[in-house]
Ligand binder design. Structure first.
Ligand SMILES: N[C@@H](CCC(=O)N[C@@H](CS)C(=O)NCC(=O)O)C(=O)O
Length: 218
């Protein structure tokens, strides 16, 4: 049995996709980042970094943060979505490393400056925008003649797709990126992706307002 400490972000959805693809039993522990629950002592005990996702494997008494490590752990534990050796294995690991070292940080900072940053910082804004566009173009080239980034569908796709999916929020126009557009459609149609985003959306929804008899909801 696994517990996934989760928030409905790109990094959180990576692991939900994997758990759904594996079809293994798991619980979700929602961490409300807006309320600062990632800094609460109970969560800080599991990871000093204070970020989701984090996976607990109860049978192994293992607390594992960092999405790439979690994806690799689950892939190796269940022998799925990561070839066991050779060029195919390192093709997947290369794209997984690329996602967590390049696409995530650059697109993450770009998102921050668009949606959360203070006015100004034009150099930083342009820098992260250029880097994000370059990374989308990198995927565009990688997908020439193939359906998935490392050939066969793998944990690299589970890591990359959630970041490409938010192209609208990243203000990336994908109309000139036909391979990325096709990839987004292909990934979005997969059963585990549909299931993961349905669960994520349900957890993102605000709790129903409790209205007592005789009181108006304000
Ligand atoms: N390198 C980490 C990044 C994790 C990360 O940035 N998580 C964000 C949500 S997507 C978070 O927990 N942010 C809370 C905070 O920074 O306080 C991974 O790949 O798992």
């Amino acid at each position: 049995m696994y517990t996934l400490y989760f928030a409905p972000t790109a990094n959180g959805h990576k692991i939900l996709i994997m758990l759904e693809a594996l079809g293994v039993p798991y619980r979700i522990h929602r961490i409300n980042l807006a309320l600062g629950e990632q800094h609460q002592p109970d969560f800080a005990r599991l990871t000093p970094h204070g970020k989701i996702p984090l996976l607990v494997d109860h049978e192994q008494a293992l607390n594992l943060p960092e999405s790439a490590a979690i994806l690799q752990y689950l892939a190796e534990t269940h022998s799925r979505f990561l070839p066991s050796a050779g060029a195919e294995r390192y093709g997947v690991l290369h794209w997984l490393a690329w996602q967590v070292s390049s696409l995530g940080p650059m697109a993450g900072q770009h998102y921050h400056f668009i949606h959360q940053g203070l006015e100004g910082n034009q150099y930083a804004r342009s820098r992260y925008q250029d880097q994000t566009l370059h990374l989308f173009n990198t995927v565009e080239k990688a997908l020439t003649g193939c359906d998935y980034v490392a050939g066969a569908y793998s944990i690299a796709d589970m890591a990359i797709y959630p970041w490409l999916r938010i192209h609208g929020q990243l203000q990336v126009d994908i109309r000139a990126l036909p391979n990325v557009t096709g990839y987004l459609q292909r990934m979005a149609a997969r059963a585990e992706v549909l299931a993961a985003y349905a669960k994520g959306a349900a957890l993102a929804a605000p709790p129903p307002v409790q209205v007592q008899a005789g009181m108006a909801a304000g």
